[in-house]
Design a protein around this ligand. Structure first.
Ligand code: TYD
Ligand code: MG
Length: 463
């Protein structure tokens, strides 16, 4: 009986596989992201298994000597940190991010740095002509680097070139969505092309031992296959994020077979490319004015790194009829509503007739519940008109009964505050058991509070 060619549909946003086409992906809820993908009939693969062609694999004990992979540092410390100490030979890293966020800039800088250390590095662009890359290199001040460039989208040509250049240590492919294999019957950027091209390039990397860096654009519309469909094929996935209206960029590891995933790298986009930011707190607090009501400094964590941020709140009498406005930038709207309710119910603060605006200055998005206390402090300060102490930082989660709860890594937060010259911290009261906090840094005065009303009464007293 002739078998019908089987078909599956892959979501270009999240990579979920569906047996039937649908307008919306069940897995991620995006619309019009399902795309057909041809699948190899299963018969071919099971014939290889049943034909007895397999060889026995060597089994080994769990205990044994561990050989850590050697690493090549790119020379950009913030990138090396996220990679887990540098590039691993024969490993594949996917760098995803919105178009225009700075992926090409970062990788051209990294590739030139690496080439400057005497490594053979190839930068292959499917998006820009060689002259454009040269122009960019001039602007970045790296035009003198001994980097090999090519403009090509043909994966067969690229692989053939790599086979002929045995001493290549690292290859950048910018971007995987522009790559194309003649044998696949669909346009560049479709799931089938992206997958097949990545597969060929990854095979070449594993065989020849070079580090491969793939650039991938993330687009919400799903017009191009999102890098999500590649995530399981590569060793590490990094996302380059940031608000295009702001200067800073964050490189975040989402998966890393050779390192931790909670590391971040912080950069600032300048007119001479990306600059490393080794002290992000100073960057985020640079424009803070201490004497304005409605502002509080949050001692937060990004991955394993403590980062101080300014939280700003503004209250205005409700305009017009209808519900008051709750506008939030950089934080969660639901969380703000909860906090406003807690402040009203547990502390008697009258906020329901007010429009509330909340902003995390600098453009960073805060996801931690530990920011509750800083947001509450900013709101209380805005309501009372009394600025918070400019030398004070806040952190702690607030529960529905108004209790202030413990958060992770208090020590690291306090240390960062002290490092940046803060001398006071408002934080959750220690619980007797499970107290692991060590001595606070020299010169830092701690105010431990158990309930959010302690915050309100202290602010009002200062009046
Ligand atoms: P790019 O690296 O091309 O982004 P991607 O590869 O992620 O699409 O960066 C594009 C943006 O960066 C562009 O809007 C201009 C800006 N930029 C600078 O601000 N300074 C620079 O030195 C460079 C090269 C780019
Ligand atoms: Mg680019």
């Amino acid at each position: 009986m002739a078998k019908k060619p089987s078909r599956t549909y892959v979501c270009t946003n999240c990579g979920a596989v569906h047996a039937k086409w649908a307008g919306q992906c069940d897995a991620c809820g995006e619309w019009n992201t399902l795309e057909e993908m041809a699948v190899e009939p299963l018969a071919a693969s099971s014939a290889a298994v049943r034909g007895g062609k397999g060889r026995r694999v060597a089994l080994q004990a769990l205990e044994g000597e561990i050989k850590l992979p050697p690493r090549t540092q790119t020379g950009i410390a913030e990138l090396d940190r996220v990679l887990g100490g540098g590039l691993v030979p024969a490993s594949v890293v996917l760098v995803g991010g919105d178009p225009g966020i700075g992926k090409s800039t970062l990788l051209l800088q990294a590739a030139s740095k690496l080439a400057g250390k005497g490594e053979r590095v190839l930068y292959i662009s499917g998006e820009e002509a060689v002259d454009q890359i040269r122009l960019r290199a001039q602007r970045l001040g790296v035009a003198g680097a001994k980097l090999d460039l090519a403009a090509s989208i043909n994966v067969a040509d690229i692989v053939a070139t790599l086979e002929a250049e045995p001493d290549v240590r690292a290859v950048v492919i910018d971007s995987i969505q522009t790559m194309w294999l003649e044998t696949i019957d669909s346009a560049p950027g479709t799931v089938s092309q992206v997958r097949a091209c990545a597969f060929e390039l990854i095979r070449a990397a594993k065989r020849r031992g070079f580090s491969l860096i793939l650039v991938g654009h993330v687009t919400k519309e799903g017009a191009l296959a999102g890098p999500r469909v590649l995530e399981h094929m590569v060793d590490a996935v990094m996302y380059f994020e940031g608000d295009r209206g702001h200067q800073f960029r964050i490189l975040r590891a989402a998966k890393n077979r050779y390192g931790a995933t909670d590391e971040i790298g912080v950069f600032a986009m300048t007119d001479r490319g990306l600059e490393e930011v080794s002290n992000p707190s100073a960057l985020f607090l640079a424009e803070r004015r201490g004497n304005i009501a409605g502002s509080a400094v949050f001692a937060g964590l990004e991955g394993t790194r403590p980062v101080l941020l300014e939280v700003q709140a503004l209250l205005a009498p409700k305009g017009g009829d209808g519900a008051p406005r709750r506008a939030v930038v950089g934080w969660d709207t639901g969380r703000l509503s909860m906090l406003l309710a807690v402040l009203e119910t547990r502390c008697g603060l009258k906020l329901s007739g007010m429009d509330v605006y909340l902003n995390v200055a600098g453009g960073l998005k805060v996801a931690e519940p530990a920011a509750d206390l800083a947001v509450a402090a900013a709101l209380v300060s805005a309501a009372s008109g009394v600025p918070t102490n400019p030398g004070e930082v806040y952190f702690g989660e607030v529960g529905l009964s108004g209790e202030v709860r413990q958060v992770a890594q208090a020590d690291a937060r306090l240390k960062e505050a002290a490092k940046l010259g803060f001398d006071r911290a408002v934080l959750p009261r220690r619980i007797a058991r499970g107290n692991t906090r060590s001595r606070p840094p020299e010169g830092l005065h701690l105010r431990e509070i158990g309930h959010i009303s302690d915050l309100v009464s202290a602010e009002m007293e200062a009046e």
